[in-house]
Write a protein that binds this ligand. Structure first.
Ligand SMILES: NC(=O)c1ccc[n+]([C@@H]2O[C@H](COP(=O)([O-])OP(=O)(O)OC[C@H]3O[C@@H](n4cnc5c(N)ncnc54)[C@H](O)[C@@H]3O)[C@@H](O)[C@H]2O)c1
Length: 417
């Protein structure tokens, strides 16, 4: 079997490498030259995603810029980005470009697998664009399936070979072609129609988004009453068979936030997803205002913000909430702000007047009198004693929404130690 993966970003590249590992002949189509060179010349991952080192070194993944010369491909897998526009509206431009290009080149017998996350009815739209621009019929001449990616960034290697595959098709031959493809990964295949596949993926993500919002609103209400969110969570869940399973924290990132938008774009009414969005998005402002209410003005403070990636132990900065936190802190005109993250690429960090960036934790916290842990990287938990010493010895205060330091306190000062 020969396949082409179109868009070898954080989803496409691990998927392409998993198929290489499974013995499939794979070509990655990628417009970004840096990614192509990193994969084929350096033979390394362009981002943090462990487990693919050996298969990369073997050099079997071919890469090219365009769809030129791929008439003998059995299956094209589309994994380009599907962001939201500024309003609650899905941006289909990358998908449309790829599908029109494919439609003009596709030959009978070839299959297209939609792997990107898409709003309801997008696969139906793709089918129409394909048929209009190729004059071939889906289900008869060519084949189409919606098989959304559900991996967790950082765990792709493990989950690609274990998660069941959702395969949405509307004709038996497309279902058969998609089944043959995913049989190569050895995972269970669950068949359904396009809409069901699209909704399964979106609800897998938005349920997490809404669970986090519940823990976040619990924190906000508790903090407003000067109660401790982590004590409430502990008592709520202690030997209770129906526990609250999520913890508070900055909840954003490239998938969770936008996927709620894909579900919300067709509905005018306020709903649980819009409410979750408001709760999760206001958390940075809420923390800044609550810190001021407790500890006074931030004007003369030396502030250290720890963590810039949108999630723990990742290097992905897209759609993080630290940006927002930094802007709110910046508006308070503190003496200085130092941002720390040891994993992200400095070139991707927001530029704010007077703000410094460091990858050295000791240097970041040495003169800090206010520390905000924005991302719960393991490094901060590993340096728990050092951070708590800063509170004990240097009158420093810490905002720790994630409870990374395991004190059970979101707002920590030396009166509590
Ligand atoms: N990142 C995740 O953890 C994750 C998980 C599940 C699903 N998804 C979904 O998967 C899709 C891709 O997400 P991602 O994080 O990999 O995005 P990404 O931006 O990292 O990757 C997309 C890649 O496609 C390339 N590209 C764009 N247009 C192209 C074209 N015409 N031809 C060739 N290459 C092209 C881009 O250069 C980029 O490298 C999105 O729909 C996303 O919602 C992401």
């Amino acid at each position: 079997m020969k396949i082409a993966v179109i868009g070898t970003g954080r989803v496409g590249l691990p998927l392409a490498l998993a198929f290489v590992e499974a013995g499939v002949e794979v070509t990655g189509i990628e417009i970004n030259e840096d990614i192509r060179n990193t994969v084929t010349i350096d033979k390394t991952m362009p981002f943090l995603e462990p487990g693919f080192e050996d298969v990369l070194k073997a050099g079997k993944l071919k890469m090219q810029e365009s769809l030129e010369g791929l008439q003998d491909i059995d299956c094209f897998i589309v994994t380009v980005g599907t962001p939201l526009l500024h309003h609650i509206e899905t941006d289909l431009s990358a998908i449309t470009r790829v599908i029109i290009d494919l439609a003009r080149r596709i030959v009978p017998g070839q299959t297209i697998i939609m792997r990107s996350t898409t709003a309801p009815q997008t696969t139906e739209y793709v089918k129409k664009v394909l048929e209009k621009n190729s004059e071939l019929e889906v289900g008869k001449d060519i084949f189409l399936a919606c098989c959304p990616e559900r991996i967790l960034e950082g765990k792709a290697r493990e989950e690609l070979f274990s998660l069941p595959q959702i395969v949405g098709t509307q004709d038996p031959l497309s279902a058969e072609k998609a089944q043959q493809l995913f049989d190569k990964l050895g995972t269970e295949v669950l068949h359904c129609d396009y809409i069901t596949a699209e909704l399964v993926k979106l609800f897998n993500n938005v349920s997490r988004y809404a669970y986090f919002a519940l823990a976040n609103v619990l924190s906000m209400i508790a903090i407003d009453y000067d109660a401790e969110p982590y004590e409430i969570l502990k008592l709520t869940n202690h030997k209770y068979p129906r526990p609250i399973t999520s913890k508070p924290g900055f909840t954003a990132g490239t998938c969770l936030r936008k996927d709620f938008g894909m579900l919300s774009e067709a509905y005018w009414s306020a709903d649980i997803l819009i409410s979750s969005w408001r709760i999760n998005e206001t958390m940075p402002k809420f923390l800044v205002e609550s810190a001021k209410r407790r500890w006074g003005d931030l004007e003369k403070r030396n502030i250290a913000v720890l963590g810039y990636a949108f999630k723990k132990d990742a290097d992905d900065v897209r759609d993080n909430l630290t940006d927002k936190l930094l802007r709110y802190l910046h508006r308070e005109c503190p003496s200085q702000i130092i941002l720390h993250d040891h994993l992200v690429n400095e070139a991707e960090v927001i530029q704010l007047h007077d703000m410094k960036f460091s990858t050295d934790l000791d240097q970041t916290i040495e003169s800090a009198d206010l520390i905000v842990i924005a991302t719960n990287h393991s490094l901060y938990t590993e340096n728990r004693e050092k951070l708590l010493d800063q509170v004990k010895n240097n009158q420093c205060r810490i905002v720790d929404l994630w409870d990374s330091l395991d004190t059970g306190k979101v707002f920590l000062d030396n009166t509590q130690l």
